[in-house]
Design a protein around this ligand. Sequence first.
Ligand code: ADP
Ligand code: MG
Length: 681
Amino acid sequence: MNDVLQQPISEIKGVGEKLQSHLNELGLFTVEDLLFYFPHRYDSYEVKPLTELDHNEKATIEGEIVSEPVVSYYGRKKSRLTFTLQVEHFAVKAVMFNRAFAKKQLQQGDTVTVTGKWDQQRLQVTVSQFKKGESKSQAPIQPVYTLKEGVNMNTLRKVMTAAFGEYGGSVKEILPEDLALAYKLPPRREALQQMHYPENRVMLKHAKRRFVYEEFLIFQLKMQLLRKHNRESTHGIVQRYDNQKLTGFVQSLPFELTGAQKRSLAEILKDMKRPHRMNRLLQGDVGSGKTAVAAIALYASITAGYQGALMVPTEILAEQHYQSLSAMFEGRARVELLTGSIKGKKRQEILEAVKAEEIDILVGTHALIQDEVLFSHLGFVIVDEQHRFGVEQRRTLRDKGLSPDVLFMTATPIPRTLAITAFGDMDVSVIDEMPAGRKPVETYWVKGEMTDRVLNFIKKEIDQGHQAYVICPLIEESDQLDIQNAIDLYHQLSSVFEPDISVGLMHGRLHNDEKEEVMKEFADNHLNILVSTTVVEVGVNVPNATMMVIYDAQRFGLSQLHQLRGRVGRGSDQSYCILLADPKGDVGKERMRIMTETNDGFELSEQDLKLRGPGDFFGKKQSGLPEFKVGDMVHDYRALETARKDAAEMIEEDVLDQHESYSSLKEVVYKDKQIMENVLD
Ligand code: ADP
Ligand code: MG
């Protein structure tokens, strides 16, 4: 867009080849990259009155040296330089370690500004930096940049100053004037200057506010643009489903749909009828009836003459879905299962049947859309736990010449702020109502020393014919240790309970058929207790299980605990969730408290987000979340909301294309390669 700013960073005075390559490593290639490389924090050298300082705070104070500085040596080559400062009407002791050389520069009667750790009790400052003269002589707020080897803070500041001096003037405004005016945002160039050379806290705050909004707005504009494109594109399939058959099917279900299910279903069906590709997220708490809605939608697609696919993260889950869908669709549609462990002749048979359109619904893991699977008429794809399905897979489908409607399902209620950032390009349906008659799971937090009583409780439940899950402690980062843990716990519980009560074991290293076997044993009530790692977390359904005991619960995040808890409370009997936990920190305690207080997945997810931050929310694997440079989607969620609304309006009213004052903004938005690819495909 702006040629001067797009020049390589080596154009900046003082940037030689070596520095250039170091800066490149920081992701800085152009002059613009550098100018918009913002500090990650600011150090304050503002002088505050002594009475306002906190103990141990890093403080800057200014005073007159009233005693001759003295150096004393101790240990091998260690020194301590001390002097007394008159600050306001206090005598403050200043101590400097291993900088005996400074003695020459400091004399009684000098005014100095020192920065260091403040000891309130002793009125003492351990000086890390000092400057002769009054504090006015130095910038009160200093930017601190993230650095890499080869680039130190001084170098970066120097380069920044050179760049700013030479090119700062070329930074152009991109927000239309009325918008900047409405939000009282400082002009772009000024704001940029404040980011790197803040004059004071207030101006810095406004500068940040501006860039947060700008960043969110651009992001949201891209998202909304994609969404609009999806809505308007006619590349999708028009699915003319058979209303009568569909109604018949819904009536055949053993329950009445909840209001939220009906609403979501209507939204999905509406998408299916339209010629655009559906790109919808269906979210709802565990057990809220998402699968039921998905099944109905799948059936609709079949009556329209298409095939459907249901993709889930694990084989166990695929198995279960396969079984429940087969039962639901008996006499109406042919459902098959395709996973990695189905091989040889059976696999060939299924593949051919899919191709020949003899199979209506294929259930399986990721392999469904990637391998040699060729659908003849794929019209509808459901992806469970959407965050494990990315842009790549969508592209795979597109490359196969398929443009099915896609419905993503997630049982992790996604906090609103994350939903609008991570899934801003999607339409969202929410099932926020539980089927009637469910008894909320009663949750208790119990300290580890009470384990015996918990075991008694399990026994009592089992005596009543119920079953229990026992989830073993999670050891961070080690699948292997988790499994060992599960095995140990299994032996321990076996010795306590057997032979009257049977205990089973499940973990990720079991072969699929072994897992299936164990799960089936448990589902058939041949096992009373199932000791498991978190593999049991997703989707498994055993209504007779009324107890969920989670060892070392403090190690799990709220969302995960909630998922685990969702394994019980699926039948008509009262269920219990026992959290065995001795959390050390406040966050852990807070988590346990929240778990005992609410069963509402959405509330939990909001809390989880607050406690853990957005990065951790979806787990370590692949968050799918955008990274923002200045904005923080939790802290700045209001700005995010505002930006979203503004972006929606701008796209709706098509101002980017029609108004001259939006042309710079438009340029920035369209600069994104992926946007272009998607919009122009
Ligand atoms: P989710 O996929 O959201 O976890 P499911 O669709 O598997 O939920 O539903 C959980 C259980 O509730 C299933 O046994 C299902 O048959 C049942 N169910 C679904 N919808 C309703 C409803 N409206 N009323 C009663 N039971 C329902
Ligand atoms: Mg459609």
